[in-house]
Design a protein around this ligand. Structure first.
Ligand SMILES: Nc1ncnc2c1ncn2[C@@H]1O[C@H](COP(=O)(O)OP(=O)(O)O)[C@@H](O)[C@H]1O
Ligand SMILES: CC(=O)OP(=O)(O)O
Ligand SMILES: [Mg+2]
Length: 414
């Protein structure tokens, strides 16, 4: 068995891969990301030790599987990364799978578990398909390496029944698995451990409102180390708007959108049966629909380039604020911290400042300089609160889903 762990985070538009040593805690030896799969040209970001490479790729990369194959080939053949030259150097491959249905924890892939996960694809075709394609590819091309899948939904198995139940016919709900699952749980698990450690509290005594704001955005109310509510639902479409997702809308909107909306999407394939409405609300909405860009750094700027950019920003702020109020009450005001994470939460000082100003009545305030500066590269948690107010601390947490999977892989096997 090899000595290294490969952690894979496959999204619809990017694939992030990190190689780790098998030790506690795991150390990253190389990190590669291909993005722009749906908006060519694809770009590669590759980091190995102090070396950082960014380049546009000429290869045809149309799917996350193509991107994964490209990264694997490139890393295995990099003479400067001789530690991992073939499958013989790998002990485990960890895969982030967004929808894990009723799974409470990670599973090792074998014929039976893969079959279970394939059955779930119907519930989340847009989100699980790419990850499972990569799992299948690893089984075929790297058969000696054990694959382990980690689920975004597992962290939220603690949701109280009245939170996870939709008020619809319960027989239909049970038969079809229609309930709130919640996502970004691998990230929330990383955030909980890191913030509890930072605050010097046991996880079971830590309460927070955590925000994972990236291309996909969600929030989570964590009480005594457990998820008690989260903004995504049956699928990652619910809750906050994202780069291409609408977030919450009145479900009736679908029936009024166009007469085509309910039909099978032209983009649906034999494996992926998705309706036009799902495609529109997941892939053609959010700030892309409002502004034309999926890059929030072009939206969250002091002088908004247009009214549409300002509107996209204001909508996100409004929806986040709504959940902060909601979760503050659900946590009975016992909140240790408001935690900003995800690409946008970690990088947009403007979003943090705007939100915290609107939360003054909760006793929160930020230090403008610390907020503008943001965290250093290796600073997992940064406190940007001002003074020792009575309210919750305001923290930035540089979350890392690949690390979280590698960490648990080592913990559960030593
Ligand atoms: N300085 C910044 N200000 C605002 N948004 C930023 C900044 N830097 C990056 N982002 C945004 O972060 C988002 C990506 O976040 P990330 O969590 O990596 O997303 P995902 O994992 O869902 O692909 C992009 O929309 C990107 O534009
Ligand atoms: C669950 C989800 O929305 O994932 P991502 O943010 O990676 O798109
Ligand atoms: Mg993400």
């Amino acid at each position: 068995m090899g000595k290294y762990i490969l952690a894979v985070n496959a999204g619809s538009s990017s694939v992030k891969v990190t190689f780790y040593t098998f030790e506690s805690p795991p150390q990253a030896i190389a990190d590669a990301q291909v993005s722009g799969i749906t908006a060519p040209p694809p770009t590669l970001k590759y980091q190995r030790g102090p070396v950082k490479i960014k380049e546009e790729l000429k290869e045809k990369i149309n799917t996350p599987q193509d991107a994964f194959k490209y990264i694997l080939h490139r890393c295995f053949n990099d003479p400067e990364l001789s530690e991992v030259a073939s499958d013989r150097d790998l002990a485990y491959i960890c895969h982030r799978v967004v929808h894990g249905g009723d799974y409470h924890e990670a599973v090792e892939i074998n014929d039976e578990t893969l079959h279970h996960l394939e059955a779930l694809e119907d519930l989340a075709p847009l989100h699980n398909f790419s990850a499972l394609e990569i799992v299948r590819l690893c089984r075929n091309e790297l058969p000696s390496v054990t694959s382990v899948t980690y689920f975004d939904s597992a962290f939220h198995q603690t949701l109280p029944v009245h939170v996870r139940t939709y008020p619809i016919n319960q027989q239909v709900a049970k038969a079809n698995g229609l309930r709130k699952y919640g996502f970004h749980g691998i990230s929330y698990s990383f955030i909980l451990r890191s913030v509890a450690q930072f605050l010097g509290k046991p996880q079971e005594q830590t309460n927070m409102i955590a925000m994972h704001i990236g291309s996909g955005a969600s929030m989570c109310a964590i009480k005594e180390g457990k998820s008690i509510d989260t903004s995504m639902g049956l699928t990652p479409l619910a809750g906050l708007p994202g780069a291409t997702r609408s977030g919450d809308i009145d479900p009736s909107l679908v029936f009024h959108y166009t007469s085509e909306a309910g039909k099978l999407s032209p983009g649906s394939t034999k494996e992926m049966h998705i309706s036009t409405a799902e495609e529109i609300l997941n892939k053609q909405s959010g700030w892309k629909a409002l502004t034309g860009t999926t890059d929030f750094s072009k939206i969250a700027v002091e002088d908004f380039p247009s009214e549409a950019h300002k509107l996209a920003f204001d909508i996100l702020v409004d929806r986040i604020l709504g959940y902060i109020g909601n979760y503050y009450l659900k946590l009975g005001g016992q909140v240790d911290a408001l935690v900003f994470a995800g690409g946008i939460g970690e990088k947009s000082a403007l979003l943090r400042r705007t939100l915290v100003e609107k939360c003054q009545c909760l006793g929160v305030a930020i230090d403008a300089k610390a907020n503008d500066k943001g965290p250093e590269d290796k600073e997992t948690v940064k406190d940007i609160s001002q003074g020792a107010g009575k309210g919750p601390r305001v923290l930035i947490c540089q979350t890392n889903e690949q690390f979280e999977m590698a960490y648990h892989t080592v913990q559960s096997r030593v």
